[in-house]
Design a protein around this ligand. Structure first.
Ligand code: ADP
Ligand code: ZN
Ligand code: ZN
Length: 862
């Protein structure tokens, strides 16, 4: 028994705090409640010892121990420590992010028999009650009775066990401390496959197929609200999750009770269905008809070869964590970069590899950028693995997240699919990690701890000695460089399935277009003509306009003032009142100016707020304007829009995709959301409008991002039987991003871009950290930034180059002023040392730790 424990707390301080344990016992990795500057905080025990802190330090007591056993495995604790070190983040904040956060304190507990308990039960039964024990014979008998009662493995509540066996809670807790029993909050034991209510139109076929007149005859006395519910339900094939339906009815202003009325009248049926099986996109795909899931195809040659390489890597002997501290080469760790062009069938390879992992008795983890944006992938996983799947994503409630977490930890879900933080899924026997679209920026967490999910995944695989596969058609230059240097094995799939050709890509020079037409037009004549022709052939068109809203700059013609957010140094975007066709989104929102960073909204002023001139003008077309223009140009088209205004929930996305799959929409305009992994076979033309705007951003990854975007959105064309075509409107047709994208030459692009990065000393050739100095008072921020700058100059950090301090490109966000310094080094350890030394200095100088933000491997320097 230790006297003290060191606790990592979720506070922005880079150290653990020592507490006295007293009578309590705790394990490393367990959560404890401790007093900290006047409040109670939950932390994680990171060390146990008997060393009393210095006499002048007041040591407080642990209030309660929340877990009998470590909640985080040794492997995950190790990973947490690595993250804290690598990203200069407080360990307590890292660990907090790795565990499900729930107020389990108030919960009921259940007890389950543990391995040791079974041994006691069986050995004890064989030998009679000969164990040494301080307990009375009665209590020993009660212990046996309790073990006996729990022998079947089912968990039970304390009260239930007591009434069956006479063992009270104290006795049970003592048994849990002896590890004979496992004590868990009740929520863990609940079946995570909860049921959900689904509303279904009675006789939906008749209702949707019949003419208006007949419908009215059959349903004489429906009021407007009731009709609205019926219409919503009919609009999604007669069946919808009640939860989803409620959201949409609320937007239409229909009271929730209306649904109940229809149920009473027998027009709508409520039914319960297992939640896990009502996964995004599944319904949509079924309704789409003939489309097959990836895993139903026999793998082609390239897929088979890729699978074989992954399987060979998995066969390398994996030595369980902790048994061997030797370096990666001997532990079965291997990282593979799966470079597979768009439409090469990567998903089928992932599924096959995961099936192999399961067959070998291992579990498998698939990270995806955002489940809601590509519901198809999740649906395919559920179709392939059924109840073995756990989905972890941002739309889960805390309780649901905790349930999934415990279910995974018990080994009940051997396939986990999730976004960034799923990299911490507590999976036993993890044998394979896959990172889909590994280049995607959403893997980087933009708040403390600022970790990159892909890089953490690689580290986790290293610690575990297992296989990791990073997949993309446009790998990040970091990963590409790692493959070039032989750190990752490269697996290539360079052709589309069924020998489908990649689309032809053509550049449209918008300068030339202007010269010839004398007008600044959003859409070029060629894009309009080809769109019309495509629609006429009964095929579908996607148009990328990567800004949402109507106009993204509002400017005064007299004084040149740009209308900015009150809280941020960011232009306000003009949004028109939503038109009625957008039932999904903005129907009830009026016209406004909106900040896309903080959400600030204001009325549209009639005069310039600075000079009172009435000549405000609107610049830069967003997707809302794109939709309006397309409607004017193609009055017969069935137009849809995909952006953050029309897609707010996973259900919105599913519906939109389902309308695309069915052909109900034949022209879709949208932001980069349309470039995600969608697999819509009817799309043969993709238009790219204004994507080169982002080439001008002050960011060393600008070219990489634009190349990825053009390539990914191009990849949506020609995925079915018919070949695809891409038209890119640009003012810089000769820019290397455009010329390589046109040739589908990722390799050429990467070589060129890496050449620049090397010359300019940018990652992956150097390591970078962005140090932000921020605060509400500009004066204070300036003061801290210049002191920090001076310290760095005086200190002459060896091997580290420093740029700044200077105002960050986004000099103010959410009322916070922002200055930054960029630190560069050739060596990661050198940079890490410098940063830690800097943070220690910040501490000593009593500059608030929250004012200095360190972003290691930043995704951008904005
Ligand atoms: P990627 O992610 O590489 O762009 P997907 O995994 O979305 O590609 O697959 C593209 C399409 O090819 C999907 O419609 C999928 O069902 C189909 N597909 C996958 N493998 C095969 C195969 N071996 N033969 C035929 N079609 C396949
Ligand atoms: Zn003005
Ligand atoms: Zn703002």
């Amino acid at each position: 028994m230790s006297l003290y424990c060191d606790v990592a707390l979720p506070v922005p301080l880079d150290r653990a705090f020592t507490y006295e344990l007293g009578e309590l016992e705790a394990e490393v990795g367990a959560r404890v409640m401790v007093p900290f500057s006047g409040q109670l905080l939950q932390g994680v025990v990171v060390g146990l010892h008997d060393v009393a802190p210095a006499a002048d330090v007041e040591v407080k007591r642990v209030q309660r121990v929340m877990d009998d056993a470590a909640l985080l495995s040794a492997e995950l604790m190790e990973l947490g420590k690595w993250i804290a070190q690598y990203y200069c983040a407080p360990l307590g904040e890292v660990l907090r992010g790795m565990m499900p956060l729930t107020a389990e304190v108030r919960r009921q507990w259940v007890y389950r028999i543990a391995e040791a308990g079974r041994r006691v039960l069986y050995e004890g039964a064989a030998k009679g009650s000969s164990r040494r024990s301080k307990l009375s014979v009665e209590d020993q008998n009660r212990e046996y009775a309790a073990l006996n009662y729990l022998e079947n493995g089912e968990p039970a509540k304390a009260a239930t066990i007591r009434s069956a066996t006479g063992a009270n809670k104290a006795l049970l807790d003592a048994m849990a401390r002896k590890k004979w029993l496992v004590r868990e909050p009740l929520a863990e034991a609940r079946d995570a496959r909860r049921l959900e209510k689904v509303a279904e139109l009675v006789n939906s076929e008749q209702l949707t197929a019949n003419s208006e007149g007949e419908q009215a005859k059959r349903l004489p006395k429906l009021n407007e609200n009731q009709l609205a519910v019926m219409a919503e339900l009919a609009g999604c094939g007669g069946r919808e999750l009640v939860r989803e339906l409620r959201v949409r009815l609320e937007r239409r202003g229909v009271p929730p009770s209306t649904l109940g009325t229809l149920v009473k009248r027998g027009l709508v049926l409520l039914e319960e269905t297992a939640q896990a099986f009502h996964v995004s996109g599944l319904g949509a795909q079924e309704r789409g008809g003939s489309k097959k899931f990836s895993h139903e195809h026999a793998l082609n040659e390239a897929q088979t070869e890729a699978l074989a390489t992954i399987v060979a890597a998995m066969r390398e002997k994996q030595i369980p964590f902790g048994n061997d501290k030797k370096k990666s080469s001997s532990t079965g760790f291997s990282a593979l970069l799966l470079y597979g062009i768009t439409g090469s069938g990567k998903t089928a390879v992932y599924i096959a590899a995961m099936q192999r992992a399961l067959a070998a008795g291992k579990s498998a983890l698939l990270l995806v950028p955002e489940i809601g944006l590509t519901p198809g992938t999740a649906a395919q996983m559920v179709a392939a693995f059924g109840g073995e799947v756990a989905l972890l994503h941002s739309q889960l409630t805390q309780d649901e997240r905790a349930e999934q977490w415990h279910r995974i930890r018990r080994g009940e879900a051997r396939v986990v699919i999730g976004t960034r933080s799923a990299v911490f899924a507590p999976m036993p026997d993890l044998g394979l990690i896959l990172v889909d679209e590994e280049h995607d920026g959403s893997y980087k967490q933009e708040e403390s701890p600022r970790y990159h999910g892909r890089d953490v995944a690689v580290m986790r695989a290293k610690l575990l000695g297992c296989t990791i596969v990073l997949g993309s058609a446009t790998p990040s230059l970091e990963s590409w460089n790692n493959a070039e240097r032989g750190r990752y094995a490269r697996v290539e799939m360079l052709e589309r399935v069924e020998q489908r050709p990649l689309p032809t890509v053509e550049m449209i020079d918008m300068r030339e277009e202007f010269r010839q037409t004398g007008k600044e037009q959003l859409f070029s004549r060629q894009l309009i003509a080809e769109t019309q022709a495509t629609l006429d052939r009964g095929e579908q068109v996607l148009i990328l306009l990567n800004r949402r809203g109507y106009s993204f700059v509002v400017m005064c013609r007299s004084c040149g003032e740009k209308l900015e957010c009150e809280n941020c140094a960011i232009s306000l975007t003009y949004h028109k009142p939503g038109n009625e066709s957008e039932l999904n989104g903005e129907a009830r929102v009026g016209q406004r100016l909106e900040c896309h960073y903080c959400g600030f909204r204001r009325n549209v002023p009639s005069k310039c707020p600075k000079c009172e001139s009435e000549h405000l003008y609107y610049l830069g077309a967003g997707s809302q304007q794109g939709e309006e223009r397309l409607q004017e140009i193609f009055p017969g088209a069935r137009i849809g829009r995909m952006d953050r205004d029309t897609v707010r929930t996973r259900g919105d996305m599913e519906r939109l995709l389902s309308r695309l799959h069915s052909g109900e929409i034949n022209l879709l305009v949208g932001t980069q959301m349309i470039a995600k992994g969608h697999d819509i076979h009817g799309v043969t033309l993709v238009g790219v409008v204004g994507a080169d705007f982002a080439l001008g951003l002050p960011d060393f990854r600008a070219a990489e991002r634009v190349f990825q975007l053009i390539t990914q959105v191009s990849g949506r064309a020609g995925r079915g039987e018919l070949p695809g075509r891409v038209l890119v409107q640009t003012y810089q047709p000769d820019h290397y991003v455009n010329t390589f994208a046109q040739k589908h030459d990722y390799t050429g692009f990467a070589a060129r871009e890496l050449y620049f990065r090397r010359a300019m000393r940018y990652p992956p050739y150097t390591v970078l950290a962005n140090v932000l100095v921020q605060g509400e008072s500009l004066e204070e921020v300036l003061g801290w930034a210049s002191r920090l700058g001076r310290w760095i100059t005086d200190r002459r950090l060896e091997g580290v180059r420093v740029l700044g301090p200077a105002p960050a490109p986004r000099s103010r966000l959410k009322r916070i002023y922002r200055y930054h310094l960029v630190l560069k080094s050739d060596r990661r350890d050198t940079l890490g040392r410098a940063l830690r030394e800097m943070l220690a200095w910040v501490d000593r100088e009593e500059i608030p730790r929250r004012a200095v933000i360190v972003d290691v491997d930043p995704m951008h320097l904005m």
